[in-house]
Design a binder for this molecule. Structure first.
Ligand code: ZN
Ligand code: ZN
Ligand code: FE
Length: 762
């Protein structure tokens, strides 16, 4: 029996090779019909024997091209037609009104084979790509996504490339960056000034210089990297000095999976994760092989590894025979990554010995993404290249809303319908360059999504640059969202939660509704509002931001809370590490309440424990003390949790750390190691938080818990608390699509503002 069906497929199905795929699939089943692009995806009509049509329908989502993201399939029976074959209908001008730009994708296996095939016309061509791979988001100027609106528009295709591009069954059909030696972009190696071209063999020359220990700035997909041989101590040290980056870990690009296994413990899941088309940096437990320079990630048990993702990367490895290259973003300390050749030359002068550049412009800055596997799930630490601009799909539709994020690890978010578009990583909004990037990003996303939001959501911190920007917008109604409420709402949104939850928002800093520095918060929360049901009891934060860089300050504060002025007489090593005069100054500041705000920060609690355990008194990058405290954990001290007290005051449960610090001091006096202290602290924290959850469940009957905030990047705490709560019968929700840290904040801000707006109209 013959049937004809109409199939609407929605999602990312344009510009990803979907039509040729459907054409081939139909041909293999001897089916007739047609396919056309529509505003929301594609519509297929398919006709033939019913078994064949059934088979076609089943294979459609299962075998879709790697870049396709199908979000809906709707099928209806229609009357038979007279067509004898399957046709791809030409697109009309209004096509792709709503086509999403795909993310940037690593060079695919087919292209790699051609790249290294001496008989292929693109042999060793550093910009080889096809419908299944190559740059997308980073070369797109505007929508719809086609060549004339990308940075490839300045290259006109040669006849052979053009023929591939126009042939529906060719794997380069409508591959917008399609190019070859005859018609496409070129690579150039320049000297340390970034101005003068050096060599006829730029890649081979750069590879030789990397082998010799040089620092080479390499233009990638979303920006410049600074590359050095990861096994060369001197080279890595040189890079650290020149980039002015102390101790903060570098990521390492490895030649292939075998190289990854030499450096780190890599299991089957990790191999899959490393090999994902978006090629994120994956944090993996390092092997004590001694192969990688110790300076790549000092004091760290993990290494961030990633696989080559552009043809140029593959050529660099092939020509250098190196196994691992430090590939760190091309910038100075915390500025945004450089993307233009001239910008790189001026900003990285004195840092790079050579510049490996090319003439395909990067239009959108996009840093590498960072992920890790925790408790069997992939967690985002930085969601950027390879993930954006794919949206997070929400449970329901919302008015168009812009959210501007916080200050550190900033992203913005645009809500449109039931899709939440989180931007690429913008970085720390603490300098003019980053602020400029933030403004460009806000503009650009409104352009590519073709929306003008009427609402803008912002963090309550009055001094954040993003907050000031939001409040200066005249055409948008500004809605302030408390930092930790946004964290919990972000977790609720990606998990499609509707009701009220017990939300644990643990992080370093967020502006509280009372003006204090919050960060150890338990909120009874829905999208509209929250009640602060419990928090870490306040201590003073002497020196405010200085205390973030100098954990010893907050340690003094906690010891003062636990022991009073007698703290100075405690015979513990920590107190000998800090000059007495400095300590007295800090005590005086707290006493007079000068530059010493009250804080319930969980991040600062980790800092204080690290300092009292004599592990680290100053940090060189954000959260360093907490990270090192987690890593030094000594499991021989497991199941002896330190005590906390829970008091009730000011309408909330107060989690009191004074018993904790008294117990730590006792342990220090009997000679316990930092590792033992760390273990007992982690277990104590899990214990007290689960007790709080229990009390709140008894009071509210709520059984759903959300875990959010940067502190949950601590694996032991995240997994331990989740398991404990599950064991108690709670339903526990965590993040997997967006970071639990401030990189995911904008999503929560956006959904809260959208809900508030809706409820104000009802
Ligand atoms: Zn390809
Ligand atoms: Zn060509
Ligand atoms: Fe936060």
């Amino acid at each position: 029996m013959h049937v004809r069906r109409r199939i609407h497929v929605s999602g990312i199905v344009q510009g990803v090779g979907f039509r040729p795929f459907v054409y081939r699939l139909a041909a293999s089943h001897h089916l007739a019909g047609q396919i056309a692009n529509t505003a929301t995806g594609v519509v297929i009509e398919i006709q033939g024997k019913s078994e064949e049509v059934d088979d076609f329908v089943a294979r459609l989502p299962a075998e879709a091209p790697p870049l396709a993201l199908i979000t809906g399939v709707a099928i209806s029976e229609i009357g038979l037609d007279e067509d004898l074959e399957f046709r791809i209908l030409p697109s009309d001008k209004s096509e792709a009104v709503r086509t999403l730009i795909p993310p940037d994708i690593a060079v695919c296996g087919d292209c790699l084979r051609e790249l290294f095939d001496p008989g292929d016309r693109r042999y060793l061509y550093p910009f080889i790509n096809c419908t299944n791979c190559g740059p997308r988001f980073t070369i797109a100027r505007s929508i719809p996504y086609d060549r004339s609106r990308t940075s490839m528009s300045v290259f006109s295709m040669c006849p052979r490339c053009r023929a591939e591009y126009e042939d529906p069954v060719n794997r380069r059909f409508h591959a917008q960056p399609n190019a070859c030696w005859d018609c496409g972009p070129r690579v150039e190696l320049r000297d340390a000034s970034g101005q003068r071209a050096l060599s006829a063999e730029p890649i081979a020359h750069a590879a030789a210089q990397l082998r010799a220990g040089a620092v080479v700035a390499v233009k990638g997909l979303g920006g410049f990297h600074l590359a050095v041989d990861a096994t060369n101590d001197e080279a890595v040290k040189r890079l650290r000095e020149r980039k002015r980056r102390v101790e903060k870990p570098f990521a390492v690009m490895v030649a292939d999976l075998e190289a990854a296994e030499q450096f780190c413990e890599v299991d089957g899941h990790d191999r899959d994760l490393l090999s994902r088309p978006g090629r994120p940096i994956v944090l993996l437990p390092r092997k004590e092989s001694g192969l990688i320079s110790a300076d790549v990630a000092p004091f760290n048990k993990f290494l961030g590894l990633f696989l080559p993702y552009t043809p140029l990367h593959h050529l660099l490895f092939a020509k250098s025979s190196l196994q691992g290259l430090v590939m760190t973003s091309g910038n100075l300390s915390e500025e945004p990554i450089a993307i233009e050749n001239s910008e790189a030359a001026s900003r990285l002068v004195g840092v790079a010995d050579y510049f490996l550049v090319h003439d395909r412009e990067i239009l959108r800055r996009c840093d590498d993404s960072v992920v890790r596997r925790v408790g069997g799930r992939v967690r985002q630490l930085r969601r950027s290249r390879g993930f954006v601009p794919v949206p997070v799909f929400l449970e329901k539709k919302h008015p168009v809303t812009l959210a501007v994020g916080g200050e550190l690890k900033s992203t913005i978010c645009l809500l449109k319908g039931n899709e939440a578009f989180l931007s690429q990583h913008i970085g720390d909004l603490e300098n003019a360059e980053a602020y400029k990037f933030f403004q460009e990003t806000a503009e650009h996303w409104q352009e590519i999504l073709e929306v003008r939001p009427s609402l803008v959501a912002y963090d309550l911190h009055p001094d954040y640059l993003a907050t000031r920007w939001a409040l200066a917008q005249r055409e948008m109604m500004a809605v302030g969202v408390q930092h930790h409420h946004a964290h919990i709402a972000s977790c609720m949104a990606e998990n499609h939660i509707k009701g009220r939850v017990i939300g644990f928002a643990l992080d370093g800093t967020g502006y509280g509704t009372d003006g204090c520095v919050w960060g150890g918060e338990v909120l009874l929360s829905d999208y509209l509002a929250f009640e602060r049901a419990a928090h870490l009891a306040y201590v003073r934060l002497p020196g405010s931001s200085a205390a973030v860089r100098e954990p010893w300050r907050v340690a003094v504060s906690h010891l003062h809370a636990a022991f009073g002025p007698g703290l100075l007489e405690l015979p513990i090593p920590f107190l000998r590490q800090v000059p007495r005069a400095k300590m007295l100054t800090v005590l005086r500041m707290m006493d007079r309440k000068v530059n010493s705000p009250l804080t319930s920060s969980c991040g600062r609690l980790f800092d204080a424990v690290a300092a009292v355990a004599d592990l680290r008194h100053q940090v060189n990058y954000e959260a360093q003390a907490a990270i090192e405290l987690e890593m030094c954990r000594d499991e021989s001290a497991a199941d002896q949790p330190y005590p906390f007290a829970i008091n009730e005051a000011d309408g909330a449960l107060q989690i009191d750390s004074r018993p904790l610090f008294r117990a730590i001091v006792d342990d220090v006096l009997r000679g316990a190691s930092a590792g033992q202290i760390s273990q007992r602290f982690h277990d104590g924290l899990i214990e007290v938080l689960s007790r709080v959850a229990q009390i709140l469940r008894e009071r509210t009957r709520l059984n759903s818990v959300c875990l959010s905030g940067g502190t949950f990047q601590n694996i032991y705490l995240a997994v331990g608390l989740e398991q404990r709560l599950r064991g108690m019968g709670f339903e526990v929700f965590t993040h997997s699509q967006v970071p639990s840290g401030d990189g995911g904040l904008s999503l929560g801000q956006a959904v809260v503002a959208a809900h508030l707006n809706r409820s104000s109209k009802e």
